[in-house]
Ligand binder design. Structure first.
Ligand SMILES: *Cc1c(COP(=O)(O)O)cnc(C)c1O
Length: 384
């Protein structure tokens, strides 16, 4: 086992597919696709064309590419909104000569991943008062407030997809359409349900970003950017290595919009988001598996793991609602110490600390095997 050789301890990850703990566990089919991809060389534009076909089939989008993560998808998507198919603008990013760099964002949707928009050269323009969160009110921003913030320098609208996100994407998309502006949706962790692969596009998003390393079960450093073909093609141009002979280069027909470009950009902002052939192959296989899986079976499998983690159960245990059920263990005042004891065990068990202030430890079934779920059940039983 490579980890033994490296002197790196493995752990049971019940904190979810978090990056800090290396994401999840890949299916053998996904790893095998990556291994096979590593054995030969290909043209990366052709590889992305294959990704485009797979993503189109899974999402209904006009086009899609594999990125090095959802964060990279947000960065490249923002770059596409600002540069369009203009290679000069691509070359200048993150500088924006014409000033059209503003992304309107509802204040309650601000999050640290939106830095990717700024890294690309964008500037976030906040609207709305998050009254719902602060307590004194019940309302959040309305679509008209988003509209009011649109001006000559607006490049797009950034939207964080969450079940509680307000205003509704549909309403924001209607505003954007009136102004001819794209809506860039960060839906990194909004899977399952698999229906969300299509939902945001159907609600009017122009670009949608998903993580490949979360529920999709793909390589940890993979993601998806999908949506309008011209914007996805622009994003691809800003990521591909284009040290090519311009006379002989032709875009794959999946990215036919690139035929309109007056020239090719040089290495730009997307160069730091490089994705390998292995990640693309792995993501395609993972995406196909995710879409083909039966939703009821997926839910039953996750629930069975939660039940296994609960062991004999009791009043201190509950199963949370939501697309991914979790075990909530009400430990009380010693919750943080208990988490430390779990982590110090052999192997260490990492759990979710999002509710530690209430004395609750969360156990997420996404990144654990069935055997590991049973092991968690035994360890909790021994410690409670
Ligand atoms: C996880 C997450 C990301 C980052 O995804 P990566 O695939 O790790 O780059 C971005 N945005 C949100 C909302 C996330 O939850």
């Amino acid at each position: 086992m490579i980890y033994e050789e490296l002197g790196v301890a493995t752990l049971i990850n019940a904190a979810g597919t978090v990056t800090r703990l290396s994401g999840g566990i890949m299916a053998p089919e996904v790893a095998e696709a990556m291994r096979q991809a590593s054995l030969a060389c290909v043209d990366m534009a052709q590889m992305q064309a294959a990704a485009c076909r797979a993503i189109r089939a899974a999402t209904g989008a006009e086009a899609g590419i594999v990125t090095s993560g959802a964060s990279a998808a947000v960065l490249l998507g923002a770059g596409a909104c600002m540069a369009g198919l203009d290679p000069g603008k691509m070359n200048r990013l993150p500088e924006v000569a014409d000033g059209r760099r503003e992304f309107v964002v509802v204040r309650s949707q601000r999050n640290m991943y939106d830095r990717a928009v700024v890294v690309a050269g964008g500037r976030l323009v906040e609207v709305g008062i998050p009254d719902r969160y602060s307590g004194p009110g019940v309302r959040d921003a309305a679509a008209w407030e988003v509209e009011e913030a649109i001006g000559a320098n607006t490049a797009g609208i950034y939207y964080l997809a969450q079940s509680q996100s307000k205003p509704l994407l549909r309403e924001v998309a209607a505003v954007a359409r009136r102004h001819g502006l794209p809506v860039l949706v960060d839906a990194a962790a909004q899977l399952p349900p698999a229906g969300n692969l299509r939902a945001y596009l159907e609600e009017g998003a122009d670009l949608v970003c998903f993580s490949g390393g979360k529920a999709l079960g793909g390589p940890q450093s993979s993601g998806i950017l999908c949506g309008r073909a011209d914007l996805v093609s622009s994003a691809l141009m800003q990521m591909l290595d284009l040290d090519v002979d311009v006379e002989t280069w032709a875009p794959p027909r999946e990215f036919a919009a690139l035929g309109q470009m007056r020239g090719l950009p040089h290495h730009g902002i997307g160069r730091s988001c490089k994705v390998g052939k292995e990640e693309i192959a792995g993501l395609i296989v993972a995406l196909r598996r995710f879409v083909a899986a039966d939703a009821g079976e997926r839910a039953a499998m996750l629930r069975a793991r939660v039940v296994a983690m609960m062991g004999a159960g009791g009043d201190a245990f509950a199963v949370t609602d939501g697309a991914v059920p979790m075990l909530a263990w009400r430990v009380g005042a010693g919750a943080r110490a208990m988490a430390a004891r779990l982590l110090a065990g052999e192997p260490g068990i990492a759990c979710g600390m999002g509710r530690a202030d209430e004395g609750v430890l969360l156990f997420n079934p996404m990144a654990v095997t069935d055997d590991q779920a049973a092991e968690i059940g035994r360890r909790i039983a021994a410690l409670r």
